[in-house]
Design a binder for this molecule. Structure first.
Ligand SMILES: Nc1ncnc2c1ncn2[C@@H]1O[C@H](COP(=O)(O)OP(=O)(O)OP(=O)(O)O)[C@@H](O)[C@H]1O
Ligand code: SF4
Ligand SMILES: [Mg+2]
Length: 338
């Protein structure tokens, strides 16, 4: 019998609550922000899992918990089979070398008083005499990636790594991340809200809503046959790949409730076009719709099919075009340089 390989990352029942306090002199806790609530997923070696959802749904918190940059309220995070949610500081420091993070704004994560040489020299001993502000956004993201790769990691959490970049640069960085993944067998947790980019880079997609995973499946399934009404709404709202719209967040009808006071039952029931009485009182569990495809909705078996596939495909086409144009330009540069 062949052995099943241990996933690079196994997240099980992850919970993060932030206490909210009021009062200046007598501070007292008045409640909890339920940022991450019972989240479970796995990432295999060389695989990219995308984590998508609206602002504030808990994506970055999940990414930070995975790297143990903060302690979880509950749950388990195993890195190559080893539990890290309870590791002591020394053991954690050793393990951290194998897990890195790339941020949306590399400028904020690069020390402005260190030269790039010094930043890279922390792990590498190389020299360069320029400071982060002397580079463009795309160059800085490359430096952020170089820094992450310098310690030869297995897993990289990419927290919106291209969201702040010009559209043409996005394609270059995504292409770079994919090439590096192939060279080094890296696994990515790719946090994003641009579903066109996610469609390009991911193997599987996990959709979060107010701290909970509502759907997870391989990329093809999510885009061709999304079963959760929230996933369907997100896909229908893919913004046009027009540079002037690149920073716009995916928005749904109705107000996004707060994770400080999430709705009872199904958290999506206040905005769901298919909600019924049961949805306000009973929380749906993640159930298997097909092997590898899990959905948290009471009624996914009987909901009407969405009318979104063509638009999702169109968005992908545009991103693929950007990438093709970049590849062509690179080819020209390479042959001109020979
Ligand atoms: N240190 C903290 N203390 C209190 N609340 C926090 C803290 N960090 C995050 N939160 C809250 O937890 C929730 C989830 O935040 P998080 O940053 O994980 O969301 P996100 O999905 O990454 O959003 P965005 O797309 O805007 O980056 C938010 O309501 C946020 O305000
Ligand atoms: S459980 Fe109800 S409210 Fe929640 S997604 Fe399904 S139909 Fe909508
Ligand atoms: Mg975030």
């Amino acid at each position: 019998m062949s052995e099943v390989p241990v996933p690079v990352l196994q997240v099980d029942g992850l919970v993060k609550h932030f206490p909210v306090s009021r009062g200046i002199i007598l501070r007292r806790q008045v409640g909890l922000v339920r940022a991450v609530e019972d989240v479970s997923f796995e990432i295999a070696r060389g695989e990219t899992l995308a984590l998508v959802g609206e602002s504030g749904c808990g994506k970055s918190t999940t990414g930070r918990l995975v790297l143990r940059l903060m302690d979880p309220t509950a749950g388990s995070v195993r890195f190559k089979g080893e539990e890290i949610a309870t590791l002591d500081k020394g053991a954690l420091r050793r393990l951290r070398r194998h897990m890195q993070i790339i941020f949306q704004d590399p400028y904020a994560s690069l020390n402005p008083r260190m030269t790039v040489g010094e930043i890279l020299a922390e792990p590498l001993q190389v020299h360069a005499r320029r400071y982060p502000h002397q580079f463009s956004g795309g160059q800085r993201q490359r430096i952020g990636i170089a820094r992450a790769l310098a310690v030869n990691p297995d897993l990289i959490v990419c927290d919106e790594p291209v969201s702040a970049l010009d559209v043409s640069i996005q394609a270059q960085i995504v292409n770079l991340l994919q090439n590096l993944q192939q060279c080094f067998g890296l696994s990515y947790l790719f946090i994003a809200h641009d579903l066109a980019v996610v469609k390009h880079i991911s193997d599987r997609v996990a959709v979060m809503y107010l701290g909970k995973l509502v759907e997870i499946a391989d990329k093809k399934t999510i885009y061709a046959r999304p079963l959760h009404p929230y996933t369907q709404a997100l896909l229908s709202a893919i913004p046009k790949p027009d540079p002037s719209l690149r920073t716009r967040r995916v928005m749904l009808q109705g107000e996004l409730p707060s994770p400080f006071n999430p709705p009872t039952g199904c958290r999506f029931h206040t905005r769901c076009p298919h909600a019924e009485a049961r949805c306000a009182t009973e929380e749906p569990k993640l159930r298997e719709a097909a092997p590898g495809h899990r959905v948290a909705c009471h009624f996914f078996e009987t909901l009407p099919a969405p009318i979104i596939v063509a638009r999702a495909g169109a968005a992908k086409g545009k991103f693929a075009e950007r990438l093709a144009a970049f590849e062509a330009a690179k080819q020209t540069r390479t042959s001109a340089g020979q």
